[in-house]
Design a protein around this ligand. Structure first.
Ligand SMILES: [Zn+2]
Length: 324
């Protein structure tokens, strides 16, 4: 749950350790490092100021915190967290936060050092790192796939984690946070069920989701769809010619009608894949754009995880059924 600088290469927190860390967090807040919990001043009273790293995590905190908390997000919608470099202003915002919430599992690769340094002075909750490792997808080297939010059932373990982290910095709000978390868990379970039913509408041979980078492996595992990323699990690695050729083979032989691009990733590789398929006489259509590592902007209709899931599922089902 919390960033452990001594093990940044392999972050795992067992359940008993999680509770210990919640206690430590409460103690750290009580100590008031620097002498001031950085509460938001002004009209709204003193709402805890939470800084989230990604739009997905910011949404999680808003769902659990409601009006009791003020949530700032470091990354704007459409930003790729794998390659995001923190600015000096980010460091200031993090240092002034009552609570920092990160996604973890190395998603925010270039923020790691900053979060590690911060761990000693501000409470930092890393939701992905507190999930049971038995439910995570390994990617080798003791690391895990960080894209856990598109398995709504798995993500439904995160609201209680955030509720406890918020309760530690704002004890009078504890009951409220827990109640909101419980309600959000129920909504995520409903999203999970709906998604499974929708994906089942796609004819089985066509249940192959080819996307720009490997952000949908949990989605695939949860909802019974084979998932292939043109790039690896991180956008930091480049797809090679051999990868593209292997994928061209796959889409041609399986008759996959569509491939998808992502809002936060360059579509260069997807274009190469479509060209390769065209050269072999297979018209691989662009099935649309998926939200992967970032939610949509406010007003996009996909600015919450629930809405982005819904939008993705609509796009995937239409694209793989070969609908126009
Ligand atoms: Zn990603």
């Amino acid at each position: 749950m919390f960033f452990d600088s001594s093990k940044s290469g392999r972050m795992r927190v067992s359940t008993h350790r999680r509770w210990l860390l919640v206690v430590l967090l409460a103690a750290a807040v009580g100590c008031g490092e620097g002498g001031r919990p950085a509460r938001e001043a002004g009209g709204g009273g003193s709402r805890p100021r939470v800084v989230a790293t990604t739009t997905v995590v910011a949404d999680l905190v808003r769902q659990v915190g409601g009006d009791r908390v003020s949530v700032e997000c470091l990354m704007a919608p459409g930003i790729d967290p794998h390659s995001y470099r923190p600015t000096p202003r980010d460091a200031d915002r993090l240092a002034a936060a009552d609570l920092v919430v990160a996604s973890g599992l190395h998603l925010e690769g270039k923020l790691a050092t900053l979060l590690e340094r911060l761990g000693g002075s501000r409470p930092v909750a890393v939701v992905g790192d507190s999930l049971p490792t038995g439910e995570l997808l390994a990617v080798g080297g003791g690391m895990f796939d960080p894209h856990v939010w598109f398995d709504a059932k798995l993500w439904s373990r995160c609201p209680p984690i955030v509720a406890e982290a918020l309760a530690a910095v704002d004890p009078p709000g504890a009951a409220d946070y827990r109640a909101r978390a419980e309600a959000y868990v129920a909504r995520l379970v409903a999203v999970d069920e709906r998604t499974r039913q929708r994906i089942a509408e796609i004819p089985e041979p066509q249940r192959v989701l080819v996307t720009a980078h490997d952000a949908f492996r949990y989605f695939g595992r949860a909802y019974g769809i084979e998932v292939v990323g043109v790039q690896g699990t991180s956008t930091e690695s480049e797809a090679g010619l051999a990868d593209i050729n292997r994928l061209v083979d796959l889409v041609v032989t399986r008759g996959v009608p569509s491939v998808f691009v992502e809002t936060s990733v360059s579509d260069r590789n997807v274009a190469a894949l479509r060209e390769g398929a065209a050269a072999r006489g297979h018209d691989l259509r662009l099935g649309g754009t998926l939200y992967s590592d970032s939610l949509g902007a406010e007003g996009s209709g996909a600015d919450t995880l629930e809405a982005a899931m819904e939008a993705n599922v609509r796009t995937i089902v239409a694209g793989l059924k070969g609908e126009p």
